[in-house]
Design a protein around this ligand. Structure first.
Ligand SMILES: N[C@@H](CCC(=O)N[C@@H](CS)C(=O)NCC(=O)O)C(=O)O
Length: 209
């Protein structure tokens, strides 16, 4: 039996898991799920009901995207992207992204559901929290943890991509040239392309973003 990944193509958490699994060359089966109709076997394995979830042949279940990334890189890490020596630096970025930045991203993306502020106000908050620090970092080094890629680039890029896509014209003109270049370079990789390949028999998941 191969590891089985429950995934949703456009979910940024699932994307980061697929990127790491792909980079590590892990052979696996992918089940594309519909978030509105999650399969009962997924909910049995992981009652919290989010994707991605990875079921290992041993029966172990990994139900956090970062755990799936770290598991993948423990299987194979051909270019040394895990960098545990830099965890004190990288894990706070992950927490910032998955917590407050993701929340602001959702508000910026769906301002009609969050009327306490306007869309430009949500965006400005997200910029101060994340885009400005990311730009500062990427103006210094080509990748988030230095001169070479790391898991942290993979972990954050689906979220930056989603942020950029909310108002692509705005992002193109915004004062984040290093962040734009970093994002564009990752989106152009064969790794990203492979991670976004449409799963077979998953026409229902077709869509943009
Ligand atoms: N902390 C989780 C978050 C995963 C998550 O929130 N995934 C979303 C999709 S992007 C989800 O499955 N939401 C449940 C739903 O929409 O029903 C992780 O890192 O894996």
């Amino acid at each position: 039996m191969l590891p089985l990944l429950y995934s949703f193509r456009r979910c940024p958490y699932a994307m980061r898991a697929r990127l790491a699994l792909q980079y590590a060359g892990v052979e696996l089966e992918i089940h594309e799920v519909q978030l509105r109709a999650k399969p009962p076997e997924l909910l049995l394995l992981s009652p919290k009901g989010t994707v991605p979830v990875l079921l290992l042949p041993s029966g172990q279940v990994l139900e956090q995207s970062a755990d799936i990334m770290f598991w993948a890189l423990a299987q194979a890490d051909p270019q040394g992207w895990r960098r545990p020596d830099l965890d004190a630096e990288s894990l706070p970025w992950l927490a910032l992204n998955d917590g407050p930045f993701k929340q602001l991203l959702d508000r910026y993306k769906y301002p009609d559901r969050h009327l306490q502020a306007t869309q430009p106000q949500w965006r400005a908050e997200a910029e101060a929290l994340m885009l400005v620090p990311l730009e500062g970092r990427l103006a210094q080094t080509a990748y988030l943890l230095g001169a070479t890629p790391s898991w942290l680039d993979l972990a954050l890029l689906p979220f930056v991509r989603q942020f950029a896509a909310v108002d692509a014209a705005w992002f193109e003109a915004a004062p984040y040239p290093a962040l734009r270049a970093w994002l564009q370079a990752w989106l152009a990789t064969a790794l990203f392309e492979a991670c976004m390949a449409r799963p077979l028999h998953a026409a229902q998941s077709a869509g943009t973003n």
